[in-house]
Ligand binder design. Sequence first.
Ligand code: NAD
Length: 598
Amino acid sequence: MKEFVTADDIRALAEQGERELMVREHTTLTDAALDAARMHGVRLVEGGATSQAQPAGDVVAALPVTPGGLPAPALAGLVREQAPTGRREQGGSRPSAPGGEPIEGLPDIGSLQTKLMIDGTWSDAAGGETVPTIDPATNRTIVDVAAAGPEDIDRAVRAAREALPAWRDMAPEKRSRILLRIAELIEADRDRLARIESQDVGKPIREAALVDLPACWDPWRFYQGLVRVIDGRVLAMPTSSLDYVRKEPMGVVGMIIPWNFPLHIACRKGSAALAAGNTVVLKAPELAPLTCLELGRIALEAGLPPGVLNVVPGLGATAGAALAEHPGVDKIAFTGSTVTGRTVMRAGAGTIKRVSLELGGKSPSIVFADADLERAVIGSVFGIYLAQGEVCSAGSRVLVERPVYDEFVRRFADKAAGIRVGMPHRWSTQLGALINERQCQRVYEYVEIGKAEGATVVAGGVRPSDPELAGGNFIEPTIFAGTNDMRIAQEEIFGPVVVIVPFDGEDEAVRIANDVRYGLAAGIWTSDVGRAHRVAHRLEAGSIWVNQYGVYPSEAPFGGYKESGTGYDLGLESLSEYLETKNIHLNIGTDTLDWYGS
Ligand code: NAD
């Protein structure tokens, strides 16, 4: 074996079916090689009496490949690879769960990144401002995080601008390798990142581990492959002309993202923008900035040159606004509420920025009487209660055909009653805490609005009785039986609140489904494939799921109709969102048209 072993060597070994690597006296393994060994299940075996290498055996244990935890029928296809979570971190205990190795516990506070990451270095905000990030389950401060002001944003944009030429012109093969390495490091750090995301956002740790994390590393894997297929085209022209279309990076991209899936959204946008050759300033959400900062650390470790990705947490009205207006930013990629989206669009108008907006939703899950009712219940419950309903594409309206309405409501309520509300850091928890007290209060206000509108509370709408949850932002899964004209069926509540609405026939289903200002996603439950297509074609929404709910493969574009936004995350479409189109026309003939010559 070579003395200096790289990740590529390990991959090559694994591809040949080797599962062991003999480590000798002078063998040196790079960090990347160690990660690759872990990832590919290659054991390091000590082969020399005086070896300085790490001892043989379980030093680098293969990650288990069996998933576990979440209800398989609902999750099928949600993420291609359900994350196994097999490594133990100090302080974490491990109860058993079917089919997987659960993790528990809180992150080590002392290890968290809390500063701005600009031009490859960590610094305080110029004005010294910090904003506490609060644990939604206790409403206690986790840690104070530097909060960027306009001066810091300006510094970050300048760093990104300076880093642009070298990154844009880097050989695609090299650029692609760095992005792949980011994916590998995220995957290798999965347990720790899941713990941080769970505590910062208040989401159940098993969701963070099994849903969020795979959706964080996969876009990097997807887009790193696309770096090398970005191409243009040659146009059919007379032989005296060569005319070609070239795709080029836009330049500096400002990213402004929300708190509900911070690492996932940073990854899905960041991977596409960097793959296209842009540099990035990422404004991390003030309510949950911690994993975005970890992404900054990982990017540097992966060899991303300083300034190519800058991470600046801060308040929306200061840091976000400064980024959206900055003349040095070529494109703004925004995910957040429709209200803020409008403000960002206006701010971008000053310098005619390219703007893409991923905004709110009020998505329907439509259940026809011919559907497999059990699957429809499982999928619709999953569609609203994942991540406490704080999901842009949550199925917050469930439309049910009248003949099965009562039966569906009963079964839905039974299923929801079994959801375990609890402290997010416990593996057994299925519904965590809402992001902050304000959001929690807002959700309770909507419960009152629903009652006042005459909707029937089928279940929930109250605080859980468990005294352990008294200090956090909790609410029981809430079910209303109502009509589509009610505010609770028209406005984005962003909490675990669903309205179940009856309908008669296909036409009415489509009419009600489209009767909102949003158009992000929709689910259709039917056993009639013709109906599935007919209805899918008539729905005004960007993502349609048939006999499932909430599937986001990296290959598939995700974007909204109507007030749910403009532009796409994921898919080839997202790569295009970060590329300019240039046309180049060459006269390769001998003639010159002398217009003024006669
Ligand atoms: P938000 O609009 O309040 O904030 C989003 C981001 O914008 C944050 O980083 C915030 O700091 C920043 N911001 C706030 N004011 C700003 C301003 N004036 N200028 C520039 N930036 C500003 O949204 P939120 O509460 O963080 O997230 C919840 C919303 O996000 C929901 O409406 C949800 O539907 C939406 N969302 C959409 C998608 C999608 O892909 N369509 C995904 C997740 C969340």
